[in-house]
Every structure is written in C-alpha cells, then in structure tokens.
Design a protein around this ligand. Structure first.
Ligand SMILES: Cc1ncc(COP(=O)(O)O)c(C=O)c1O
Length: 400
C-alpha cells in the first residue's frame, strides 16, 4: 500500500506471534491444539508483586513519572546489578522502559546510522534483526551450530567484525535455544572484543534467573571490566517474575547512551506504567524464593521434553542450560511424507504438517535463523507437554 512507510518493507511480523495466532484460530474452530509457541511463564505473577501494584493505585501513584523511571525503581535496579552481577551503576546510567523489548529497540535507534553493522549470533531472538532493520542498520548473522552448543565461537566473532561493526548482541540464556555461556566461554568472547574498541556489547540477560543444574550465570561487563564503558546490560522482570504483561524492562550502560535512549523514549512512549514500575520495585527488592521453586518445575519439564523428543524418529534434541526453550533438529524428517501426502522439504513444512496432523503448535527454526529445526517453549503445563511430545513422537513415527 503506497500510503505506508518504506520502513515496513524492511521488517517481517513476528513468527512466534503468527504461530500463536494460528493455534488460537484452530482452537476456536474446535480443534484440540496444544500451543508450545509462546515465550512466557505459565505461572501467575507472585501475590506480593500484585499487592504492590494495588497499593500503588490506592496511594494515587497513577501519574506521569520521570521518563527513565521512578528513583525507587532505579535504586532497586542498581541494587540488583550490584548484588547479582557485581556491577556498579549510577542512577544516570540506568533506564527503565516498557519491557526489555523497548529498551533494546531504543538503544538501536539511538545508535545506528545507515550502513552500521550489528553482529547477531544465530539462532537469534526473532526481534533482533527486525529491530536493527527498523533502526536503519544492517544485521550480520553468524551461524552457531548445535555442534558448538549454539554458541558463538571466538574465531567466528573475530571474523565477523568489520570497521562498520557497531554492536554485537549477546543473549544468554538464549531464546530460542536455551544455550547459556559459561564464564570461560564468555571470557573467550570478551577477550576478542577488548581488541576492537569500536565494537559495543548489547547483552540481553532477560533469562538470567532461568538456569538449571548448578549453571552459574555471568554477564560480559562483570567478566571483563574493560568493556564496562561500552556495554549495555539489558534485563527485565518479564520472565523470572512472571510479569510479561506488566511491561517493565531496564538497562545499565554509559550515561551518554542512556541519555540518548531517554530522549527517544521521551518523544515516543514517555515513562513506562507508573503502577507496573511500583510492582517491579517489589519484584526486585522483595522475596526471591519462588524463582528456585519455578526453576525446579522448568528443569523437570526440560528433562522430560528432551528425553521424549530424542525418542521421536528423525529428531535430535540437545539439552540446554537455561531459559524455557529447546531447539531440536528435524533434519531426519526432511524428504519424508506427512499423513496429508505432503513431502516435508524444510522446517516450515514440518511445523505446518505437525499442526495439521496432531494439533501441536511449535515455531520453525528458520524464523530464528537456523534450520531445519523448531523451537518448543516448555513454559506450559507438564501434562500438556507430555501429551504434545507423545503427539510429536506419533507424527514422526507416521512419516513415510
Ligand atoms: C531474548 C529476549 N529478549 C527480550 C525479550 C523481551 O522481553 P519483554 O517482555 O521484557 O519486552 C524477550 C521476550 O520474549 C526475549 O525472549
């Protein structure tokens, strides 16, 4: 449509939202569908956080706030960075936004000029390349295969850096693979980055708290203090605190960058919801004991899904360190014929036929930059997961 901006030609709608919509459509038509596409915890927001929001409403904390966040939330974020990551930020080095997504987007809009490159390890969260494109930059995907645990290798990082590189985006634990970098793996990457002072690090630590089997989370600025002045450490309350709908994310970084991001926010959305900000203060300062309780359930689900998928013909499912995703390969099903008579030529066919034949909604790996594979979110009732995995086993078993 000629009326629309040319910028829209550069972006695609989210594949994860598309699969969730398709599953909803089939459900509405009476089909028994299990949706494993959505990236949010199935647990409710903890009661103490809800109460903090109710108190904020009752106390009239319902007006505009400072664009970059209320001082109380900034203090809670500063304390969190210190306590959990050993990072020291000042209030002018912290910004609160409407979800981690807005924080990441504002950072890209605030820094990218046409031709600027952003290195994005693939498989990647679907929004990174689209945000880079909207902000006018060029994404440089670097394929990270299952052989290396879907993790960026130092040589590959070195090879991807050019004089035009502005950012490298790191996301550990990862959406979509669940892969998380150990301290040594991250140090090998920060050692490369130290040698390239023009490259900045955008680290998306959204799944920090969702790690299993004694895995220890670390973040680049903590491992390599020399990178502190060119790292934006992004985090939020959506995943660990089951607050996806509240829309609070935040970042710590150099004050000039934070100021530029605040300017963009001030002329677009202004402050995030005052009520959600007070809820986030409680999330960060209040009890944290439900996190290990949730993680115990997530870990059991991960182990269940990995084990059941590895029993399906043609599927190979690595066991990731964190988040609530697995990223199995469906390479062994390519070339086979589905019950509908369609030959499966790629992972898009695999997920479409799986949804049609068995009513299980997953997202094709090609949407995340590496196929043939698919992503399963196990942030879903355990009984549904078990049933979904049985259906996947049956689907794969029926392929000819
Ligand atoms: C890797 C990653 N980063 C950022 C976000 C955005 O989180 P928020 O809900 O805080 O905007 C998500 C949400 O799915 C994510 O998976």
């Amino acid at each position: 449509m000629p009326f629309l901006s040319a910028a829209l030609d550069r972006v695609k709608p989210s594949a994860t939202i598309a699969v969730t919509d398709k599953a909803r459509e089939l459900k509405a038509a009476g089909r028994n569908v299990i949706g494993l596409g959505s990236g949010e915890p199935d647990f409710d927001t903890p009661a103490n956080i809800k109460l903090a929001a109710i108190h904020a409403i009752e106390a009239g904390k319902t007006k505009y706030t400072a664009v970059d966040g209320i001082p109380e939330l900034k203090q809670a974020i500063i304390a969190k960075f210190k306590r959990e990551n050993g990072l020291d930020y000042m209030p002018n080095q912290v910004i609160v936004g409407t979800g981690g997504k807005q924080v990441l987007y504002n950072a890209l809009v605030a820094t990218l000029n046409p031709g600027d490159e952003v290195i994005i390890p693939a498989p990647y969260w679907v929004s990174y390349p689209e945000m880079v494109a909207l902000a006018g930059g060029e994404s440089v995907p670097v394929i990270c295969t299952a052989d290396f645990g879907f993790k960026l290798q130092p040589q590959a990082l070195e090879a991807a850096i050019t004089p035009k590189t502005k950012w490298v985006i790191l996301n550990s634990p990862s959406n979509p693979t669940g892969a998380a970098y150990s301290r040594a793996e991250l140090k090998a990457l920060t050692d490369v980055l130290v040698k390239h002072p023009h490259v900045w690090v955008m680290t998306d630590d959204m799944y920090e708290h969702l790690v299993y089997d004694d895995f220890v989370f670390t973040t680049p600025a903590q491992i390599e203090p020399k990178l502190f002045d060119r790292t934006l450490t992004v985090n939020g309350v959506s995943k660990a605190y089951c607050m996806t709908g509240w829309r609070i994310g935040y970042a710590g970084g150099p004050s000039q960058l934070i100021k530029a991001m605040t300017t963009i926010q001030s002329q677009s959305t202004s402050n995030p919801s005052s009520i959600a900000q007070w809820a986030a203060v409680e999330a960060l300062n209040g009890p944290q004991d439900y996190i290990p309780t949730h993680n115990k359930v997530f870990k059991e689900r991960r182990d269940l899904v990995v084990s059941m998928l590895n029993q399906a013909n043609g599927i190979d499912c690595p066991r990731p360190e964190g988040a609530f995703y697995v990223y199995p390969s469906c390479a062994g099903t390519i070339g086979k014929t589905a019950p509908s008579g369609k030959v499966i030529e790629n992972d898009q066919d695999f997920v479409t036929e799986l949804l049609e034949a068995e009513g299980v909604a997953v997202v094709q790996g090609s949407a995340f930059g590496l196929g043939p594979a698919f992503r399963i979110s196990y942030a879903t009732k355990t009984s549904d997961l078990e049933e979904a995995c049985k259906r996947i086993q049956r689907f794969c078993g029926n392929l000819k």
